[in-house]
Design a protein around this ligand. Structure first.
Ligand code: GLU
Length: 260
């Protein structure tokens, strides 16, 4: 009888403890960032004006300023960041392996990426565009039929281009400077990427122009590992991002880096 009673009490204790408060998530990312007192952020080093290096090797750009803003909000100090260099090809791997707590790297939200990652709300919307030589006869994507186009591996355009232009020859590179150098060397007829990234390269190179048409909408957002561990972190960052968007702070940062 006593044994039966204690079994019932144990059962009730388990049920009520379980219902009373939500189970704590193991390895919650926000808690672990606060415990380490540093946030590791994957950023580009090859993509001006979002993520690149100054002549002293310091990380600079719009995405770097955004990372500093996040560090200030999470840890009260914008210098409590360790930057992890990523590129378009390896950024998901750097995040999944735990090398970075988050990635702020011109990364568009896409349905395929959402299957394996979680994202913040968007902080910028770019659009795919074409960069060609000033004297080029190419005026639209369809002119690239049977021609060569340069892309960066792992970018959204790598996926969309072969289905939108039949018989196009796609030449891929791992980084943006390599891709642009190949265009300068005449290895292809056009380079296709986000307008804001192409602008960064066209700006100092008057021999090239960006064609006016945009072929996609690219909502840039901060990427996180998928799962409950990221919920609190994303919720906290989204509140700050929303406020910064509403207060015009993000617009000011874009102006600083010549992004429109
Ligand atoms: N926004 C596009 C993407 O996420 C292109 C920019 C990039 O290569 O990072 O793939």
């Amino acid at each position: 009888m006593i044994k039966k009673l204690s079994c019932v009490l144990l059962f009730l204790a388990i049920v009520f403890c379980g219902c009373g408060k939500k189970q704590e998530v193991l390895n919650d990312s926000l808690t672990s960032i606060r415990q380490k007192d540093i946030v590791t952020v994957g950023v580009k080093v090859d993509t001006p004006p979002f993520g690149f290096l100054d002549k002293n090797g310091n990380n600079i750009g719009f995405d770097i300023d955004l990372a500093k803003f996040i560090a200030k909000k999470l840890l009260g100090d914008e210098s409590k960041i360790a930057f992890v260099p990523v590129n378009t090809t390896n950024r998901i791997m750097k995040l999944s392996s735990g090398e970075a707590d988050m990635v702020i790297a011109t990364m568009s939200i896409t349905p395929q990426r959402k299957m394996i990652l979680d994202f913040s709300i968007p902080y910028h919307t770019a659009g795919q565009a074409m960069l060609v030589r000033k004297d080029s006869k190419i005026t639209s994507l369809s002119d690239l039929k049977d021609k060569k186009a340069i892309i960066v591996y792992g970018s959204t355009v790598e996926r969309s281009l072969s289905s939108s232009v039949p018989n196009i020859q796609i030449i891929g590179y791992k980084t943006y400077p390599e891709a642009f150098a190949a265009l300068q060397a005449g290895k292809a007829d056009a380079m296709i990427s986000d307008d804001t990234i192409l602008m960064g390269f066209a700006y100092n190179n008057p021999a090239f122009k960006i064609l006016p048409k945009r072929y996609s909408k690219e909502p840039y957002a901060i990427a996180f590992r998928k799962g409950e561990e990221s919920d609190k972190l994303i919720e906290t960052i989204n509140i700050e991002l929303k406020e910064a968007l509403n207060k015009g702070e993000i617009r000011q940062l874009k102006e600083k880096w010549g992004i429109n």
